[in-house]
Design a protein around this ligand. Structure first.
Ligand SMILES: [Zn+2]
Length: 510
C-alpha cells in the first residue's frame, strides 16, 4: 500500500514538475545539438579582413583606379559584365576536384576539398591583383567534427565599402562542399555541379565583376563549407560575425541555381512534373512566423525587394525576363540551407534556388542531386565537347545578375525609413516629407488582406514631397511598406503598417 502510495506520489510529483522536467530535457537536447554541431576556435586567417568587416579601416586605401559608384551605372555594368564563359570555365575546373565533401582529402594539390579551397582563394587573390588590391581575401577557419575531419575553411573575398559610417556589410554566399548519396563518402566521384558548383561560381563571378565598382557598404563574398553535412560553414560565419558585433544588411544564400530540369523526387514546393523545364523562374525562400502569409518578416521584405528589383530594374534590360517566386516557407519541406543560421542570429537572410530541382537530395536514381550524375553535361557524339549542359548557362547568368544587382543596389542604398501613417475618414494618409527628406523618390508597396499573394499587390513610386492617400473599404485590411530611393538605389522596405477602416494603425513586424 505504501509502495503504491509512493508511486502515486512520484507520479504526481513528476506531473507537477512537468514544465521543469520538459525544460531540463530541452536543455539537454540543446546541449547535445550544440555539441554535435559546435564550431570552435573560429578565426579569420587575414586579420585585416576582420577590421574591415568591423568598419575599422581607411576607405581611401581600397579605391579602384577609376571610381565608378553611381548605382545606375553600376547596375548596368553588372547586367552586362557577368559572363557565362567565365562561369562555365570555373565549373569545369570545379569538376576536376573529384570529391569536395568536407571530410575529403586536404593534402592533394589536385583533388579533394583542400585543393578546391586553395584554388578558390587563389582565384580571389588574382581578382584582387587585377583590381588595385581592393579585395581582402582569406579563410574563416574553424574546428568541428565533419565526416572525421576536424579543421575547416570558408574562403572569402571582402570588398571594402567607400564609407565606414553606419557600417553594415552585405553577404553573397554559396557553399562549395559536395555530397554523394552517402553523407560521408569522402572518396567517390562527387562532381556537385548544380549542388552547389552553380552557387560557388556565382559568388566567384560576382567578386570579379563587382570589384571594379565602388559601393557605400562592404560586401563579403564567401563559399562556406560543410553545408551538406549540417550547415557548418554558415553556422561558423553567423556565429563569428554575431560575436564580433558586425551588422549585416542582407544575406543572399545561393544553393542550386543553375539547373532547369525537374527531377522525379524534387522536394516540394517545387516543379510540376518529371521532365518539366523552367529557365525563367527562380524561388526565393525566407522565414516568417508560422508560415503565415499575413505575418511579415524582414526576410520576406527582402524577398519582395528582390522581386521589385528584378521586375523594375533588371528585366527591362535583359533579353529573357525572370520571375521571382516568393515562397511561403523558409525552405523546401524537410530541407534546409545556409541562410537559416544567419536568420537564427537575427540577420536578414534568404535562399535563392532554381524553380526546378533535380531530386530531393537522397541520391536516388534517376535524379542527379547528391549523386555522381550531378555533372556539367554530356558529350553526346564523343567529340570532346559537351553537347547537353545540365547547368543552363543563361539561367545561371540571370541568377548571378539578380544577386549582383540586388546586393549592389542595397550596398549603396539609404537606411530603412519609417513613415507617418494615419487614418482620416476613409483614407490612410502616408506623410512622406516628414519622414525622409534625403530620398529623391519613395516607393510604397501595398498588400491586401484578401489577396493570397506574398508579393505587393500594388507599388507606387512618388516624390518625397507627395502626400499619399489609400482609400480604405469596409472589412479590408491593407499592409503598407515604404522604401527610400537614393541615386536610383532603393533601400529595403520598412516594416508593414497595417491599416483598416476602424482607424487603427498597427506595425506588422514578425
Ligand atoms: Zn546544396
Amino acid at each position: 500500500m505504501s509502495f503504491f502510495f509512493n508511486i502515486t506520489y512520484t507520479y504526481q510529483y513528476l506531473y507537477d514538475m512537468k514544465p521543469i522536467v520538459l525544460f531540463c530535457i530541452g536543455l539537454l537536447l540543446l546541449f547535445f545539438d550544440c555539441s554535435l554541431d559546435a564550431q570552435t576556435n573560429m578565426f579569420i586567417s587575414n586579420p585585416s579582413g576582420l577590421e574591415i568587416l568591423k568598419g575599422n579601416y581607411n576607405p581611401a586605401k581600397y579605391l579602384p583606379a577609376k571610381l565608378i559608384q553611381h548605382p545606375d551605372t553600376v547596375r548596368m555594368g553588372i547586367i552586362h559584365e557577368v559572363s557565362t564563359i567565365e562561369q562555365i570555365k570555373l565549373l569545369k575546373k570545379l569538376e576536376t576536384f573529384y570529391n569536395r565533401n568536407s571530410g575529403s582529402d586536404t593534402m592533394s594539390l589536385a583533388t579533394g576539398i583542400g585543393a578546391c579551397r586553395t584554388w578558390i582563394l587563389s582565384y580571389f587573390d588574382q581578382l584582387s591583383k587585377l583590381s588595385n588590391n581592393r579585395l581582402v581575401t582569406g579563410y574563416l577557419e574553424f574546428d568541428a567534427d565533419i565526416c572525421s575531419k576536424g579543421h575547416h575553411k570558408n574562403p572569402f573575398a571582402i570588398l571594402p565599402g567607400l564609407d565606414t559610417s553606419n557600417h553594415e556589410i552585405l553577404v553573397i554566399e554559396g557553399h562549395y562542399d559536395t555530397r554523394n548519396e552517402g553523407r560521408c563518402d569522402t572518396v567517390g566521384y562527387t562532381p556537385g555541379i548544380d549542388d552547389n558548383g552553380s552557387g560557388t561560381v556565382l559568388v566567384m563571378e560576382l567578386a570579379r565583376v563587382m570589384s571594379k565598382y565602388g559601393f557605400r557598404h562592404t560586401i563579403l563574398f564567401t563559399t562556406p563549407t560543410g553545408e551538406d553535412e549540417g550547415l557548418f560553414g554558415a553556422k561558423a560565419w553567423a556565429e563569428y560575425l554575431s560575436l564580433q558585433g558586425i551588422k549585416i544588411r542582407s544575406v543572399l544564400n545561393n544553393d542550386i541555381v543553375g539547373g532547369i530540369y525537374c527531377g522525379k523526387t524534387s522536394s516540394p514546393p517545387s516543379c510540376p512534373y518529371f521532365g518539366h523545364v523552367d529557365s525563367t523562374h527562380v524561388r526565393v525562400f525566407s522565414y516568417s512566423m508560422g508560415n503565415d502569409p499575413f505575418v511579415n518578416s524582414a526576410h520576406k521584405q527582402l524577398a519582395r525587394y528582390m522581386k521589385y528589383v528584378q521586375d523594375e530594374l533588371i528585366n527591362p534590360y535583359i533579353s529573357t525576363p525572370m520571375t521571382i517566386n516568393i515562397m511561403l516557407g523558409e525552405d523546401r519541406s524537410g530541407r534546409g540551407g545556409d541562410h537559416t543560421p544567419f536568420r537564427q542570429k537575427g540577420y536578414t537572410a534568404v535562399r535563392i534556388i532554381s524553380a526546378n530541382e533535380h531530386g530531393n537530395g537522397t541520391g536516388k536514381s534517376p535524379d542527379r542531386n547528391h549523386t555522381t550524375r550531378d555533372i556539367l553535361g554530356k558529350d553526346l557524339n564523343g567529340d570532346g565537347i559537351l553537347d547537353s549542359l545540365f547547368v543552363n548557362p543563361g539561367y545561371l547568368l540571370r541568377n548571378t545578375i539578380l544577386n549582383g544587382v540586388v546586393t549592389g543596389l542595397l550596398a549603396s542604398a539609404p537606411e530603412k525609413m519609417s513613415a507617418t501613417v494615419e487614418i482620416q475618414k476613409n483614407d490612410a494618409i502616408i506623410d512622406l516629407p516628414a519622414v525622409y527628406d534625403k530620398a529623391e523618390k519613395v516607393i510604397i508597396g501595398i498588400r491586401k488582406f484578401n489577396s493570397i499573394s506574398l508579393d505587393f499587390d500594388s507599388v507606387y513610386v512618388l516624390k518625397p514631397t507627395d502626400k499619399f492617400a489609400l482609400r480604405l473599404f469596409s472589412g479590408q485590411k491593407n499592409f503598407i511598406s515604404v522604401a527610400p530611393v537614393w541615386h536610383g538605389a532603393p533601400g529595403l522596405f520598412s516594416d508593414e503598417y497595417e491599416v483598416n477602416l476602424t482607424g487603427s494603425v498597427l506595425m506588422n513586424k514578425n
